[in-house]
Ligand binder design. Structure first.
Ligand code: ZN
Length: 183
């Protein structure tokens, strides 16, 4: 399994913190150091990955900010039902940059949207382009993926209880918990 080095992790954190601040979202230095750099175990962070800062996550509500580097793609996934919980409902609101969201529906994604060689793991292809101050709500258990535009993107994620480790991904190679090589 591919892993991030500590150096790659820290550099990505710093870059994401800078983007978040440039977007006008004030964060502390401690929060900047808590930004989670996720390469989904796929070993090419710049292509498939995300930088995620959790402001809070309680048993009922979660608020995060997600920074994506230029054209970085969060792989297709869905938030399954768990017990009595129908699954995470999530509203994404773009603050800075642009993001293309992909959801079930008429396929309108351009052919270069999907990371090369990953066509079979990106199955929902209805594209919705979001600019700053635009938002959309992803219903529970609905497959989705998203990709930043040329400048990257910063967005809020407001959701019901987040259990990130329970998220399901179309690509069986995904490992949600970051693995870091020390040194
Ligand atoms: Zn999601």
């Amino acid at each position: 399994m591919a892993m991030l080095t500590r150096k790659e992790y820290v550099e990505a954190q710093a870059k994401a913190a800078e983007m978040i601040r440039k977007a006008g979202i004030a964060i502390t230095e401690e929060e900047a150091q808590n930004i989670e750099v996720v390469d989904f175990g796929l070993g090419h962070l710049a292509v498939e990955g995300a930088q995620i800062l959790t402001f809070f996550s309680t048993a009922r509500v979660s608020v995060k900010v997600i920074a994506l580097f230029p054209y970085q793609t969060e792989p297709e996934h869905w938030h399954p039902s768990i017990g009595d919980d129908p699954g995470k409902e999530e509203t994404i609101r773009v603050v800075w940059g642009t993001v293309r969201f992909y959801l079930p529906g008429e396929p309108t994604a351009s052919s270069d949207a999907i990371p090369p060689g990953k066509e079979s793991f990106y199955t929902v292809r209805h594209e919705v382009l979001l600019h700053p101050c635009q938002q959309l709500t992803i219903e529970p258990a609905t497959k989705h993926w998203f990709k930043a535009g040329p400048e990257g993107a910063v967005m809020y994620s407001f959701s019901t209880c987040a259990r990130d480790v329970m998220d399901r991904f179309s690509d069986p190679a995904v490992v949600r918990t970051p693995q870091i090589i020390e040194g």
